[in-house]
Write a protein that binds this ligand. Structure first.
Ligand SMILES: [Zn+2]
Ligand SMILES: [Zn+2]
Length: 405
């Protein structure tokens, strides 16, 4: 029976990281100034396909005309092709064309919002409209001087998808920086998903009722090649494309988000409130302090957890049953003792980081890098490495659990 083909047997997990910046073009023009020089459109595709095993990528900064020149060149010389269902194909990986917009409403602080379009021609038409309202359309994450509702309408008129970015971070997340409710700023009916960002997870986000029906994504926001896949999603798609991704967000015909993979929020850079004067991170006990208990300064920067608790409209988080699991995972780069040479060895044996993280047994890993590292990789996979709290722009640290020689 045809219907039965929608059972899980026909699906292959598709790992997706939908927020990756461009550092430079192939000609060396700056796009994300703080991004690394080798973070070009082509290098991102190679890294994701060859090393990471990520089959759906969202490359942000495709609104930039100098990036569009790179994409056109890669299409012309046959390195990449346009996918029928939307997106750009490189080998077995599909790239969604995305952009990150900075918006600011009167009397409020600014926030970031991601948008994805189906085809390069659509992205170019969006650029043509948008460039009149900004200072330098070639650069990443620039302020667009357009009201948020008008921006949403322009994106939707072009069939685009709207995803508020890293929503809880104090640095330009809509909840972290702008307003206690998304509905204060945006038309929530036109939101396709929200991006949780590095210091939150599904449970923390479930303190807020207006998010109950909104899909969650978790992405790397990579500014360098190595960070691609630091956080990602597992999707159930027939094949990687814009249309399939859109269906997954809406849960149509078996397409869906099956899991989010991210750092335990405790490892995130902005998890806890910190003191901008002396740098100390507030632990749980000092959470509601108005002055730094160490130096007395009032220059406290609210951490993500503390912000969520302050704007919560529930006593306890309520995660809807339909919500996919949020799996804590420590990226391979955080694992003590797993340096470049050992990682190379693993990739030579198992192909991609996704294979190392998801498909390889502890015994197979041990045969290549020894039992101690294999144990740590499996602990990282299962979210069992012990972490200290992060705050104030530094990551929490991994402390290896009982490693015995
Ligand atoms: Zn951002
Ligand atoms: Zn970004």
């Amino acid at each position: 029976m045809d219907e039965q083909r929608t059972s899980s047997a026909m699906w292959e997990p598709c790992y997706a990281d939908l927020h990756i910046h461009i550092g430079r073009t192939s000609r060396g023009e700056a796009v994300k100034i703080s991004g690394s020089r080798d973070l070009t459109f082509e290098n991102i595709a190679r890294e994701a396909s060859d090393r990471k095993g990520i089959r759906l990528l969202g490359v942000i900064d495709c609104h930039s005309p100098v990036v569009q020149m790179d994409i056109e060149q890669l299409l012309e010389n046959g390195t990449m092709t346009e996918v029928e269902g939307g997106g750009i194909a490189y080998q077995d990986t599909t790239i969604l064309l995305g952009t990150e917009l900075e918006l600011r409403e009167p009397e409020m602080r600014e926030f970031h919002m991601l948008a994805y379009f189906r085809a390069l021609s659509t992205m170019k038409s969006f650029t043509d409209w948008m460039k009149r309202y900004m200072k330098n359309v070639n650069l990443s994450s620039q302020r667009v001087y357009v009201p948020a509702l008008e921006m949403q309408a322009e994106i939707k008129a072009r069939g685009g998808l709207i995803v508020p970015a890293h929503v809880f971070t104090p640095h330009k997340g809509i909840y972290g920086s702008t307003a206690p409710r998304m509905a204060d700023v945006l038309d929530t009916n036109l939101i396709d998903a929200v991006e949780l960002g590095l210091s939150s997870d599904s449970s923390m986000a479930s303190y807020i009722r207006e998010l109950d029906q909104v899909p969650f994504l978790t992405n790397s926001d990579a500014h360098s090649l190595g960070k691609i896949g630091r956080e990602y999603n597992e999707l159930q798609l027939a094949k990687p494309s814009f249309d399939e991704f859109n269906m997954a967000l809406k849960g149509e015909e078996g397409r869906r988000i099956t899991a989010n993979y991210g750092l335990n929020p405790r490892l995130g850079k902005y998890h806890r409130t910190y003191c901008a004067s002396c740098g100390s991170i507030m632990d749980e006990h000092a959470m509601s302090a108005e002055r730094c208990p160490h130096c007395g300064s009032v220059k406290l920067v609210q951490g993500v957890l503390d912000r969520i608790l302050a704007i919560a409209d529930r006593e306890n988080p309520h995660v809807p049953a339909s919500r996919p699991a949020y799996q804590y995972q420590v990226p391979l780069e955080f694992i003590p003792g797993l340096g470049k040479a050992k990682l190379r060895l693993l990739l030579d044996h198992f192909g991609t980081e996704m294979n190392v993280l998801h498909l390889t047994s502890e015994d197979e890993l041990a045969a290549v890098v020894g039992p101690v590292l294999a144990g740590l990789i499996v602990a990282a996979r299962d979210g069992e490495l012990v972490l200290s709290s992060g705050g104030g722009g530094t990551y929490g640290k991994v402390t290896a659990r009982e490693v015995t020689e």
